[in-house]
Design a protein around this ligand. Sequence first.
Ligand SMILES: [Zn+2]
Length: 163
Amino acid sequence: MPIFQDQKGKNISNFQKMIDEKKNTIRKYYDEIGHLYYSQYKDVNVDSTKDINARCESISNLYIEIEDLNVKILRERGLKKCAVCSTENNLSNAFCFKCGARFDDNDAVPADVIAPPNASATPSRNQVKREIPATVSETVVADEVIDAADAANIDIAEEGKEE
Ligand SMILES: [Zn+2]
């Protein structure tokens, strides 16, 4: 077996292990929610709402993390899922072969890989444009913002071509 295939397999089993751990945590939280709800049912003086909500929020976050890991597993297998119809597509597809929906992540490279490390430190053109003195009329500001957005779109398209 080629070395890189072996590495992919390792990555996938690591992701799978993380998913299993998160699913166990979710089960634990569901269990705790059940107990908290029951204690509230048994004694009207007990209010477990805060504790129950905190666990519900944690469960929601865990589901998001699991979904991220599933995306990573698919990527290791050279696949990505259509956000519209959930069909698995090749990573290189720009459009879903089944429903035709456009993939925003064209090459499926994570955003943090594409973005330069100092991206957040540099203010975007829109932010700069918004720093217009309050005396300027609102219509002018709106036009400026639209112009900035147009300019940004053109830049994005050109960057795409260069790659
Ligand atoms: Zn689709």
